[in-house]
Design a binder for this molecule. Structure first.
Ligand code: NAD
Ligand code: 0WE
Length: 258
């Protein structure tokens, strides 16, 4: 009898807003591979959405509130997880936010407050939720976060999010070093553009999708299913020797010089 890749694993999923969320694509793939999941939702506005989606894996699928800017929420969320399963093997962090005005004009005009918010939600939160998860990851584990090419190169208007993603990617490396002795691996998937809620708020986003189709080696955009498969790989023993890495799932776009 063949055993599914993630059979017996417990995964925490941060960042589902709706069915187009990258977190949802990876959650579905983790569940297909046999993992049991627990979901957060950011606030009351998203509660019903996430509850409905989670229930597609069975009405008992645990869901709890966690705004990652609030230490108290993080504490309560992990208390809930401890009661439900007492263990964690996988953690998906698929959370980012910068105030809209910071993604519009010049990076030069980024306010202190927009910089703070972008870094708190998009980078520091990985450190905070990882620290809370570690005491439950006693059999080792895999932490996966989501990044974007704007961390490494200038993408016009990505602005402070690019700087926050650079901090996120460096955090992946430092966390990988801290947690390696506990057999906990930490990696990022750097995804090409995907038409999600977070993307829809951005002017010129469909032009960006067309640009990738025209210029990426694979001449198309990445799908949620492909991101799911990449998430399963990083969570699985197939990636047992991989930590601290930024794995590009972007139709090859990032290898182009022109
Ligand atoms: P999304 O809007 O579906 O997901 C973003 C999530 O962040 C939402 O679920 C939202 O509730 C959550 N969030 C924001 N602030 C929060 C807070 N204070 N506390 C808790 N949760 C909070 O959009 P997405 O595109 O799926 O984004 C997921 C991740 O993927 C982000 O890190 C994003 O930067 C990254 N990413 C997106 C793309 C893309 O083109 N869509 C490309 C590469 C990387
Ligand atoms: O990480 C992202 C987007 C994250 C994001 C999106 C929003 C829109 C709504 C963070 N904060 C907000 N704040 C809001 O008010 N991506 C990788 C998608 C993205 O966003 C861009 C991109 C790409 C690609 C913004 C400008 C240029 C390119």
């Amino acid at each position: 009898m063949s055993q599914k890749t993630l059979e017996g694993k417990v995964g925490l999923v941060f960042g589902v807003a709706n069915k187009r969320s990258i977190a949802w694509g990876i959650a579905k793939a983790w569940a297909d591979a046999g993992a049991r999941l627990i979901f957060n939702y950011q606030g009351e506005r998203l509660k019903e959405n996430v509850e409905e989606l989670a229930a597609t894996f069975g009405s008992e699928t645990p869901v709890a509130a966690c705004d990652v800017t609030r230490d108290e929420d993080i504490g309560k969320f992990f208390e809930f997880v401890r009661e439900k399963t007492g263990r964690v093997d996988l953690l998906l962090h698929s959370v980012a936010f910068a105030p809209k005005e910071a993604l519009e004009g010049n990076f030069l005009d980024t306010s202190r407050e927009a910089f703070r918010i972008a870094h708190d939600i998009s980078a520091y939160s990985l450190v905070a939720v990882s620290r809370a998860a570690v005491p439950l990851m006693n059999a080792g584990g895999s932490i996966v976060t989501m990044s974007y090419y704007g961390a490494a190169k200038v993408v016009p208007h990505y602005n402070v999010m690019g700087v926050a993603k650079a901090a996120l990617e460096a955090s992946v490396r430092y966390l990988a070093y801290d947690l390696g002795p506990k057999k906990i691996r930490v990696n990022a998937i750097s995804a090409g553009p995907v038409n999600t809620l977070a993307a829809r708020g951005i002017s010129g986003f469909s032009a960006m999708l067309s640009h990738y189709e025209a210029h990426a080696p694979l001449k198309r955009n990445i799908t949620l299913e492909e991101l799911g498969a990449t998430g399963v790989f990083l969570a699985s023993d197939g990636a047992a020797g991989i930590t601290g890495q930024i794995l590009y799932a972007d139709s090859g776009y990032s290898v182009m010089g022109m």
